[in-house]
Design a protein around this ligand. Structure first.
Ligand SMILES: *Cc1c(COP(=O)(O)O)cnc(C)c1O
Length: 495
């Protein structure tokens, strides 16, 4: 079956998968969604037979139907290779009465690598298929992890350039160092005086700016997006939820057909939406538990049906989740609004104008499989300490938010369904917060001393991504005000 893509704000026009990947965002400002959700083409019981790359092919071919078998296999093989430090690409570890799905074995030790190692290949293949001659400029806003993963993915990829904006005072030291030491002639990294939402809004505005697009085209450039609004990022994320189900079958932890809960530490709602897509494809899911940090706009939404971003933006120890506008929620809204582009655009207009909207009771009733929870800073730290002390397993702050939410959920509901916690970053990426959570005696140590101490207590080898930046020179030092993002892009591209 041929799957076409349409905008969450439109009512009609469709594009192919490769066109949707190239465009990133639809022209009306909406997000691309498949016209029809594909179903898993194999029996559940068979899933235990496939390795990661095979599972990736089985899942992705159902979404990217205009890619040939050879094209898609090439993309998959180029992405999921020795850049990952485990042959399995991701790992399942048991601790605290749950499975931790470690999605951080890629080049930049955050789960963003799962999608961003393949996106450049999907994008350049899409450009070729559509006879695009322009150089593709990836414009990205990052809360810390996307930026580095996208830079690593696109560095020196022919026919592309990448410009990353990050909140200058809103990422961890190690996250910043990872980005500003990025090599590659086609890479640009800019810190902004503003928060992640400012960066994301600035990027969205540039995507929607027709004059800018015209000036770009005259110079032989066009924008695309590596943010999770791009369907080319979402689709590869569906893979690991399907793969995990197969691995649980293989371990004998579940029988085919038995439901699994997924707990996902959430910011932009991309990762958990991928789990929802896996469910719609046919993976038996009990609850999708959406875990927030103190920026608990999603928790409030699932409780009340009102999405309200009018609140203080809090900087937490899980910065990749410090987000008040969760872009991918739009895809869920569209789905529960009965795929009505008009209704969805009304909500998004309200969000843009008033910062809030309330869904109908009917829409709310379709959210049964979701459950929201949140974890404040002290509970996040306690969770890291508790799991380290009980199981000797060290998790990062984002994963701890999810683990904290899950522990509460289980206590409150008594739900003993096999549960998988998405472990989205290596603790080495947030060493200071992690070590401080474990003991206050680490307070005075330097960042890289802490790295060595973490290695000692966790017995996990220091990842390459960290070894590399110990001594790497800073190659990017641009900073601009949040109101000057477009000028900065024009300057970089010589428009
Ligand atoms: C990006 C990120 C998240 C949030 O994922 P979303 O898809 O934006 O919800 C959580 N944890 C880490 C470590 C991340 O990098």
């Amino acid at each position: 079956m041929n799957i076409m893509y349409k905008s969450t704000r439109g009512n009609g026009g469709t594009v192919t998968a490769s066109e949707a990947i190239l465009k990133g965002l639809a022209e009306d400002g909406g997000l691309f969604v498949p016209e029809k959700m594909p179903k898993l083409p194999v029996e559940l019981a068979e899933l235990s037979n496939f390795d990661y790359r095979e599972t990736a092919y089985i899942v992705m071919k159902e979404f990217l139907t205009d890619f040939s078998k050879e094209e898609l296999k090439n993309c998959i093989n180029n992405a999921y290779d020795s850049k990952f430090d485990t042959e399995n690409i991701c790992e399942l570890k048991e601790a605290d009465g749950a499975y931790f799905l470690e999605l951080f074995h890629g080049a930049t030790i955050a789960f963003k690598d799962m999608a961003l190692s393949i996106l450049p290949h999907l994008l350049t293949t899409s450009a070729r298929k559509n006879n695009v001659k322009n150089k593709i400029i990836i414009l990205t806003a990052t809360s810390g992890d996307t930026g580095k993963a996208a830079l690593a993915g696109f560095a020196d990829v022919e026919g592309t350039g990448i410009i990353v904006f990050y909140p200058k005072h809103g990422v961890s030291k190690i996250q910043e160092k990872q980005m500003i030491t990025q090599k590659g002639d086609n890479t640009y990294v800019v810190g902004i005086e503003g928060n992640f939402d400012d960066a994301q809004t600035g990027v969205k505005n540039m995507f929607g700016n027709k004059e800018l697009a015209k000036a770009m085209a005259e110079k032989g450039y066009q924008f695309s997006s590596a943010n999770s609004i791009n369907i080319g990022r979402l689709v590869p994320q569906v893979v690991y939820y399907v793969y995990t189900y197969g691995q649980l079958l293989k371990k004998g932890a579940i029988k085919a057909g038995e439901p699994v809960n997924y707990i996902v530490p959430t910011g932009n709602f991309g990762n958990i939406l991928a789990a929802y897509y896996a469910k719609m494809m046919g993976i038996p899911v009990g609850k999708l538990i959406c875990a927030s940090n103190e920026n608990k706009v999603l928790f409030d939404f699932f409780e009340s049906g009102t999405y309200d971003r009018n609140r203080e933006f809090i900087l937490t120890s899980s910065p990749s989740m410090d987000i008040l506008i969760s872009s991918n929620l739009e895809r869920l809204i569209y789905s529960i609004a009965g795929e009505d582009g008009k209704v969805t655009s009304e909500f998004m207009k309200e969000l843009a104008e008033n910062g809030a909207y309330t869904i109908s009771e009917d829409m709310k009733s379709k959210l049964d499989c979701f459950c929201g929870g949140y974890c404040d800073e002290s509970k996040t730290a306690d969770t890291i300490k508790r799991i380290y002390e009980n199981d000797g397993y060290v998790i990062d702050t984002h994963t701890a938010v999810a683990a904290g939410v899950y522990a509460d959920y289980r206590k409150e509901t008594g739900d003993n369904t096999v549960s998988v916690i998405a472990s989205t970053a290596s603790p080495y990426k947030f060493t200071r917060s992690v070590m401080n959570a474990i003991s206050n005696e680490y307070d005075k140590a330097e960042d890289f001393e802490l790295v060595d101490m973490l290695c000692e207590i966790s017995k996990v080898k220091v990842p390459n991504a960290i070894e590399e930046i110990r001594t790497a020179p800073v190659l990017h030092d641009r900073v601009c005000d949040k109101s000057k993002m477009q000028e900065t892009v024009e300057d970089i591209l010589g428009l």
